[in-house]
Design a protein around this ligand. Structure first.
Ligand SMILES: Cc1cc2nc3c(=O)[nH]c(=O)nc-3n(C[C@H](O)[C@H](O)[C@H](O)COP(=O)(O)OP(=O)(O)OC[C@H]3O[C@@H](n4cnc5c(N)ncnc54)[C@H](O)[C@@H]3O)c2cc1C
Length: 273
């Protein structure tokens, strides 16, 4: 809705923003067993116009590298929670895309952290060892590549080593913009499905239909049937008379007490006949 459109005075939930966080929150709420009756989403700009609609599309959890930095700020327990959460996000996005069959070029595969310098190599190695020690059982799903393997597999000649784990890439705009935006003079409505049924006014909204779908002039006359066409003798069918003259039409809609006769002239491209 636009800022001038009045919105309801009450909502069970108000979500401010329409990025991936907001959209998935709304989706989870509305598909939960105890879905709120009303959810209002407020967006200051266009739907998904923030980072969610234009990011690089790398869905890549931090498998271990952030453990050192996160631990310094939040402690090891929370650092572990953050890393587990990142992994969970990958799983949830994967599930969401598959369950809803979202055509967003989702590609689940592997990612490399490529070590290009000794300092960084030591830092990453330190994080790996600290996290492996913290979890007490190593780090699931992370493969360590030595220099030779890294050069071969990453195809980066200067690689000193690499770490490999699961990640995905995605087309962010396709994930987020599964909807059309319909603008009216006072509002803006988004929906994944827009049914366009504006009849002869179609070309106003879809200019490519200009000249192809056009209004047809017609006249309707009400005729009182004579006694010859009443009671038992009434017409049982409706009629269409075509090609009385080129591009003219006539049809008769018969009812017990009246007929309606329509005359018209068809423009060349009318889709009606
Ligand atoms: C260029 C770029 C590349 C990125 N690449 C990646 C990547 O490869 N992988 C990755 O995981 N992450 C990446 N990110 C980060 C990722 O896109 C964001 O972390 C994520 O999209 C944030 O989602 P969000 O829903 O929290 O915020 P947003 O998508 O930014 O949504 C916030 C929404 O809130 C609205 N809003 C703000 N203030 C108000 C208000 N007062 N009232 C109403 N609405 C308001 C905004 O208009 C916006 O639509 C990238 C980000 C950028 C910018």
């Amino acid at each position: 809705m636009s800022s001038t459109t009045p919105i309801s005075e009450h909502a069970d939930v108000i979500i401010i923003g329409s990025g991936i966080s907001d959209s998935l929150t709304a989706y989870s709420l509305l598909t939960s067993p105890k879905a709120p009756k009303s959810v209002v989403m407020l967006e200051a700009r266009e739907a998904c116009s923030g980072a969610s609609g234009r990011n690089a599309g790398h869905c890549r959890p931090d498998a271990f590298r952030g453990f050192t930095a996160f631990s310094k700020i939040h402690g090891e327990e929370q650092a572990d929670e953050i890393l587990k959460h990142e992994k969970k996000v990958l799983e949830l996005v994967d599930k969401f895309v598959r369950t809803n069959d979202v055509q967003c070029d989702w590609s689940l595969g592997k990612t490399f952290d490529v070590v290009m310098g000794e300092d960084f190599g030591n830092y990453v190695k330190g994080s790996y060892e600290k996290y492996a020690e913290y979890s007490g059982k190593g780090i699931d799903g992370v493969r360590i590549l030595d220099e030779k393997e890294a050069k071969e597999e990453t195809r980066v000649p200067a690689a000193l080593g690499a770490y490999e784990w699961s990640a995905a890439s995605i087309h962010p705009a396709k994930l987020n913009s599964q909807s059309w935006v319909v603008h009216t003079p006072t509002s803006k409505i988004t929906s994944p499905i827009v049914i366009h049924a504006t009849n002869t006014f179609a070309a106003t909204l879809i200019p490519s239909l200009k000249g192809k779908i056009v209004p047809v002039r017609a006249q309707a006359h009400r005729v009182i049937p004579t006694s010859e066409f009443c009671g038992e003798k009434m017409l049982t069918h409706t009629y269409i008379f075509i090609e009385i003259q080129p591009r003219t039409f006539l049809f008769v809609d018969t009812k017990k007490d009246r007929w309606r006769i329509h005359f018209g002239n068809l423009p060349r491209y009318s889709i009606y006949f």
